[in-house]
Ligand binder design. Structure first.
Ligand code: ATP
Ligand code: MG
Length: 364
C-alpha cells in the first residue's frame, strides 16, 4: 500500500497540538481504544497530532527483552493504522530516536523533588500490580519524569490518555509551571492558560481522558493492561473475543438471581453495546434476575466488540507482513517529531542559559 507523506508541519500551529503514546510492553487492547485511541482518531483532522512509541520506557520492565520491544513497537503501529490513525495526518514516532526528549528528561529531573516523584500514585500502583517489589530499576520512577519530557518536548496543549495517566499529567503541569517561573520570569500567580503569553516556553497541558477512563480487565479486578494477562487485544480473532469475554468473572449463579449491574461484565456492556435502549433493557432484566444468564449477556458483548473490531481487522490486513512500510511511517513521523522537539529544546536551553551553539539533527 502506498504511504502518503504529509506536508511538513508548521512549528507555530494554527491547530491545537496533542501528544500521547503507548509503551511497547505488548500490543494494544480495548482499554487503549476506549481510554485514548478513539479520542485520537476523533481529533486527528482538527489537531496537530504526535503519537509516540515509548520504546525506551519499555526497558523499565523489559530490559532483557529487546527483541520483543522492537517487535511490539512495529505491532503497535499496525494497531494504530488498524484503529484509524492516519500517518498522513498524525506523526507516529519512536521515542528512542528523538534525543531532545532524553535531554529534557535530565533537565526536568532537576525541577522535581525526588519524594514528589516517588509519591506518584500511578508508580506505586504499577510497582504493586506488576509485582516489581524492591527490584525495580532506577529508570522505573525516572520514566514518569521522562513522560513530562515526552509531552513538553512537543509543547502539547492536550494529552488524550486513560485515567491512570492523570497523576503523570499533573507532574507534567508542575514541571511546565516551574520551568516557566524559574527560567522565563513567569509569575507564580500566573494562570495556567497565560504561561506562554507571558513568555513561558511551555504551555501547561491538560489531560483529555477518553469515554471510559479505566476499562477493567477480564480478570474483573485490575485495569486492563498489556502486562497483566487480562487484556482483549485489538488483533484478537473473533473466536478469541468470544472466549475471552466468556471468562469475565461475575460470581453470579443463575439467570434468575438478581445481578449487580456495576460488575465487570456490565462495564463492558456500557463500553461496547452501542444501542442505549438495549443497554437499558439488559440492565433492567439482569438486575431483576429476569431469566437472563451471564452467558447470554457475554455473547451480546462479544458480538458488539467484534462489530467494533471487524473493520480494524480488515484495515490491519493491508499492513500484515510489511514491516518496511511501517518503518517508513516511523521514519517520516520521527523526522517530523525531531523538527519540533529540537525547536523546543533550543528554546528551553536558551531560557536555561545553555544555548551555546545551534545544532542540526538528521535521520539517516
Ligand atoms: P502496561 O501494562 O505496560 O502499563 P498498559 O496496558 O497500561 O501497558 P500503556 O502503554 O501504559 O498501556 O498506556 C497507554 C495509554 O492507554 C495510556 O493513555 C493509558 O492511560 C491508556 N490505557 C491503558 N490501559 C487502559 C485501560 N484499561 N482503560 C483506559 N485507558 C487505558
Ligand atoms: Mg500502563
Amino acid at each position: 500500500m502506498p504511504i502518503r507523506i504529509a506536508p511538513p508541519m508548521t512549528t507555530s500551529p494554527s491547530r491545537p497540538r496533542i501528544l500521547t503514546g503507548d509503551t511497547p510492553t505488548g500490543t494494544l487492547h480495548l482499554g487503549h481504544w476506549v481510554g485514548s485511541v478513539k479520542r485520537r482518531v476523533e481529533l486527528q483532522s482538527s489537531h496537530e497530532c504526535y503519537f509516540l512509541i515509548a520504546n525506551i520506557h519499555a526497558f523499565t520492565t523489559r530490559a532483557r527483552q529487546a527483541d520483543d520491544i522492537r517487535r511490539d513497537s512495529i505491532e503497535i503501529v499496525r494497531d494504530y493504522l488498524a484503529m484509524g490513525i492516519d500517518p498522513a495526518q498524525s506523526a507516529i514516532f519512536l521515542q528512542s530516536e528523538v534525543p531532545a526528549i532524553a535531554e529534557l528528561t535530565f533537565l526536568f529531573a532537576m525541577l522535581l523533588p525526588f519524594n514528589r516523584v516517588m509519591r506518584n500514585p500511578t508508580l506505586s500502583e504499577e510497582i504493586k500490580v506488576k509485582g516489581l517489589g524492591e527490584q525495580y530499576s532506577f529508570g522505573f520512577p525516572l520514566y514518569a519524569v521522562g513522560q513530562t519530557a515526552d509531552i513538553l518536548a512537543f509543547r502539547a496543549a492536550g494529552v488524550p490518555v486513560g485515567e491512570d495517566q492523570v497523576p503523570h499529567l499533573e507532574m507534567t503541569r508542575e514541571v511546565a509551571r516551574r520551568f516557566n517561573q524559574i527560567f522565563c520570569g513567569v509569575s507564580e500567580h500566573a494562570e495556567d492558560a497565560d504561561h506562554e503569553k507571558l513568555g513561558g516556553v511551555f504551555p501547561v497541558p491538560k489531560a483529555d481522558v477518553g469515554a471510559v477512563g479505566r476499562l477493567i480487565g477480564i480478570d474483573g479486578v485490575n485495569k486492563m493492561s498489556k502486562s497483566l494477562g487480562n487484556a482483549i487485544f485489538i488483533a484478537d480473532s473473533a473466536k478469541e473475543i468470544h472466549k475471552k469475554v466468556g471468562k469475565i468473572f461475575t460470581g453470579r449463579q443463575s439467570p434468575s438471581e438478581p445481578g449487580n449491574i456495576e460488575n465487570a461484565l456490565f462495564q463492558y456492556v456500557d463500553a461496547f453495546i452501542t444501542d442505549p435502549v438495549r443497554v437499558a433493557e439488559l440492565k433492567d432484566r439482569y438486575s431483576r434476575g429476569d431469566n437472563i444468564g451471564d452467558g447470554h449477556v457475554k455473547v451480546e458483548v462479544a458480538e458488539a466488540i467484534n462489530t467494533l473490531l471487524e473493520p480494524m481487522r480488515e484495515r490491519r490486513k493491508q499492513y500484515e507482513g510489511n514491516d518496511g512500510a511501517i518503518i517508513e511511517i516511523l521514519r517520516d513521523g520521527t523526522s517530523r517529531a525531531n523538527a519540533l522537539a529540537e525547536e523546543t529544546l533550543a528554546k528551553a536551553k536558551t531560557a536555561a542559559k545553555l544555548g551555546y551553539f545551534p545544532r542540526r539533527l538528521a535521520l539517516g
